[in-house]
Ligand binder design. Structure first.
Ligand code: HSE
Length: 443
């Protein structure tokens, strides 16, 4: 079938790793279909990669191979720069240089946008170019477009997502095989799910980058990565996975942002979810994002959040969008962060102490009379209501008899819960640090 054709759109790929190569291949593989959709041929005219010989082996002879990223982003024949190199430096300076040179930019770089998005989007507006970033959040799942366009009639109430595949894989292994955290991480690394340095994933930083962008798009606030409360999964123990299961829950690392009366909640932490909930059933390295809007109710988006082809799917879709917009006046571009820049506010992000949620507590205690009474007194004094308590024989080699008490509470303000935990910790009968996890229902 022949496609109607505008002028070809010329692309420069900054970075030619797994995603860059996948995007290059996808553009070729689906060339006809993409042209039918966009009305333009999308041609890669240049790539930049430090190892130019390796790059040369991967692309057609017609593609110019450069070692210097700056030369690519200012290249006279490049209309759209596709930044897939990651990191902050030199990605930031090259993205800004591309914008200054009047190029549209497509990027998968969540760290860059979480830290410097406000500056980058403002510069792009000044220059009348687009910075598109679908691939930066949840890989192949079109959650950015959903927030910007599909749900734009709604007042968004909350977004909760499994937005890091590496940690979801680790948690799934811990639960299914009873592994401890370090064995599950080693398995993730052996299978190529985790980076050699997995710090950003397991400490929750990668998810925090993504939820900071999502929050801005959901609520029309600035990107506030520095305000995200971040806890990763490194402290989770096999015992907690087991107890959660026995109580009817699964533990997932969630990025959460909610609109509440006095501001916006913005947090990443391991979370107990009811076993039968949709998010709880998202396993292995899959991602899923739930968005609740006042008109639409709850909606769920599921798919692969990483990997060459799924990420390239988002990258190329952005390129297609940009191609359609090339000849439109900048005033007609959808705002990058979903709200008109003049309407964006600094909506206060709530300090974590003010967040209200319910809790899972695990206490390793001496197995003797009156322990439970002391603990419940501490909670009762602070008006924290109990939902469930179970006692399980501690699996350890301690000489004195110890037991695990697992307590589920009803909703409480985190600052109050912190006081209660400190008071419990001070009791002689509590022999190890109290483990505290948050419990949520997203339905
Ligand atoms: N490290 C990320 C993950 C890759 O595990 O989900 C995609 O951002």
């Amino acid at each position: 079938m022949s496609a109607s054709r505008g002028r070809p759109i010329r692309l420069g790929l900054l970075g030619l790793g797994t995603v860059g190569l996948a995007a290059y291949d996808l553009l070729r593989r689906n060339q006809d279909e993409i042209t039918r959709r966009s009305g333009h041929a999308l041609q890669v005219v240049a790539v930049a990669r430090r190892d130019t010989q390796a790059a040369r082996r991967c692309v057609d002879d017609s593609v110019q191979v450069l070692a210097d990223g700056h030369a690519l982003v200012t290249h006279a024949e490049v209309d759209v720069v596709v930044e897939l190199m990651g990191g902050i430096d030199p990605a930031k300076q090259w993205v800004l240089a591309a914008i200054d040179a009047g190029k549209h930019v497509v990027t998968a770089n969540k760290a860059l946008l979480a830290l410097h998005g406000n500056e980058i989007f403002a510069r792009a507006r000044e220059r009348g170019v687009v910075v598109a970033f679908e691939a930066a959040v949840a890989g192949g799942i079109p959650i950015i477009k959903t927030l910007r366009e599909g749900l734009s009639a709604n007042r968004i109430q909350w977004v909760a997502g499994i937005i890091n595949g590496t940690t979801n894989f680790i948690l799934t292994q811990m639960r299914q095989k009873g592994l401890d955290f370090s064995s599950a991480l080693a398995q993730a690394q052996a299978l190529g799910y985790a980076e050699a340095d997995p710090t950003f994933d397991i400490e929750g930083v990668d998810a925090a980058h993504k939820i900071a962008l999502v929050s801005a798009m959901a609520f029309g606030v600035r990107v506030q990565f520095d305000r995200v409360h971040v806890e990763g999964i490194t402290q989770l123990q096999a015992a907690d996975m087991r107890y959660a299961e026995q109580l009817g829950y699964r533990i997932k690392l969630l990025g959460i942002t909610k609109r509440v009366d006095n501001g916006v909640e913005l947090r990443v932490h391991p979370t107990l979810l009811p076993q039968r909930s949709l998010l709880a059933s998202v396993e292995d390295a899959m991602n899923a994002v739930m968005v609740c809007g006042d008109a639409v109710g709850s909606t769920l988006y599921y798919g692969k959040g990483a990997g060459g082809d799924p990420t390239a799917s988002a990258v190329v879709a952005d390129v297609l969008d940009v191609a359609r917009l090339m000849d439109a006046d900048a005033v007609h571009h959808a705002p990058a962060l979903a709200f008109q820049p003049s309407a964006v506010d600094d909506g206060p992000v709530l300090p974590q102490d003010e967040v209200v949620t319910s809790y899972y507590l695990r206490l390793r205690v001496r197995d003797e009379a009156g322990v439970l009474a002391q603990l419940t007194a501490i909670l009762a004094q602070r008006h924290i209501s109990l939902d469930a308590v179970i006692q399980r024989e501690a699996q350890g080699d301690e000489a004195t008899p110890h037991t695990d008490l697992i307590v589920l509470t009803h909703a409480a303000r985190e600052g109050v819960m912190n006081q209660a935990i400190a008071a419990m910790q001070a009791l002689d009968v509590v022999v190890q640090p109290v483990v505290r996890l948050r419990r949520e229902v997203f339905a």
